[in-house]
Design a protein around this ligand. Sequence first.
Ligand SMILES: [Zn+2]
Length: 181
Amino acid sequence: MVEKRQRSTVNGQRDLPREAEARALALLDQVKDPEVPVLSVVELGIVRDVEVDDAGAGITVTVTPTYSGCPAMPVIEEEIVAALEAGGFRAVAVKVVYAPAWTTDWIPESAREKLRAYGIAPPGDVTAEQLVPLGPVVRRVACPFCGSNDTGTTSEFGATACKSLHVCRACRQPFEHFKAF
Ligand SMILES: [Zn+2]
């Protein structure tokens, strides 16, 4: 979730920066992650903070990449600036912070449901099984289509490094899994 700093109102005046921040968040919720086009950068937890200065003139968006070296990040930054400028904001600055590191735990349950509906197994839907004591551990990813755990891994890397490819033995559907990290 995006943490909002508490601001005080002066003499009962409208708290303009906070309204602007809410408007900015709504605009940013239209910016999808190119690697996971069903989720916005807000839903993915990439946008950590939005701060409008007290004059309402400048806006700073703090972002944390999904993983360091994420190739989509420059594109996302450009789209964030473009979306805010299209919404009337001036002087848009994007600040990239790497600590704390992004984790799939920042994806809320509502967004995980969207991933499932899109056919991507959300992070965390993994049960690890050890076939024989001290033998190889097999990660089984629940099928987003039928929920079966009877799935196999086709590739550790899908179209992007953050997703792996699987196939469901129950419904025979291939699917992607957003890896947990
Ligand atoms: Zn299935």
